[in-house]
Design a binder for this molecule. Structure first.
Ligand code: SF4
Ligand code: SF4
Length: 203
């Protein structure tokens, strides 16, 4: 029927329009003066239409939001290996990366000359990265994750956009803060894997 699409479109607009006032009413019309209510109004669960005065105001991003990848390292207070990267330099992420923007150099043991499961260098060209998240999906060691930090623009495009090991490394506690559900799921999965491995060894 002619006009049905227009009516459906108008319906969506009216729904958003009404939701705006319902939401504002729920926040007691104090959403711009009360910090707590403002955070709710600007949060991911908010409904209706509103303007975000970026960069002074920022929308909270959902847990599964993904921007540039970063490498997980142990926290500074780790009892055995503070700051140790989880990356084993296996190279899987660089192989699956569609635009091929990951470059890894593996460590070698200075005495034996044999490769060590640790990265000596790790680079990501963030101008080429398309935020697909394949690297994080395929990493068998939970060592690379997608960050929530999207404010990374700069005036230097020749070197500042090649992230090195130092710039890419962030502690586990950071990952637990930005993605608590995922981090907990991964921790449980790792524990189950370890337990299964230990059971096999004993058996
Ligand atoms: S897949 Fe994971 S462990 Fe392997 S090189 Fe990439 S980040 Fe490191
Ligand atoms: S997010 Fe995608 S494009 Fe970016 S480094 Fe990972 S695999 Fe490559």
């Amino acid at each position: 029927m002619y006009g049905l699409g227009i009516l459906k479109g108008l319906g969506v607009t009216i729904k958003h329009f009404a939701a705006t006032y319902i939401e504002d009413f729920k926040q007691g019309m104090k959403h711009y003066t009360d910090e707590e209510r403002f955070a709710i109004r600007q949060g991911v669960e908010a409904r209706g239409l509103f303007t975000v005065q970026y960069p002074e105001e920022k929308l909270a991003v959902p847990e599964r939001f993904r921007y540039m990848p970063f490498l997980v390292v142990n926290d500074a207070d780790h009892p055995d290996a503070p700051g140790q990267p989880w990356c084993t330099s296996c190279g899987i992420c660089s192989k699956v990366c569609p635009p091929q923007c990951i470059w890894i150099v593996r460590c070698t043991d200075p005495e034996t000359g044999r490769p060590k499961p640790e990265p000596r260098e790790f680079y990501i060209d963030i101008d080429i990265c398309m935020n697909c998240g394949f690297c994080a999906e395929f990493c068998p060691f939970d060592a690379i994750k997608m960050d929530h930090d999207y404010e990374i623009s700069s005036y230097d495009r020749s070197s500042a956009h090649i992230y090195d090991l130092e710039k890419l490394s962030k502690p586990l506690s950071y990952w637990q803060t930005i993605a608590p559900t995922r981090a907990e799921e991964e921790r449980l999965a790792r524990e189950a894997k370890e337990a299964a491995k230990a059971g096999k060894v004993q058996g």
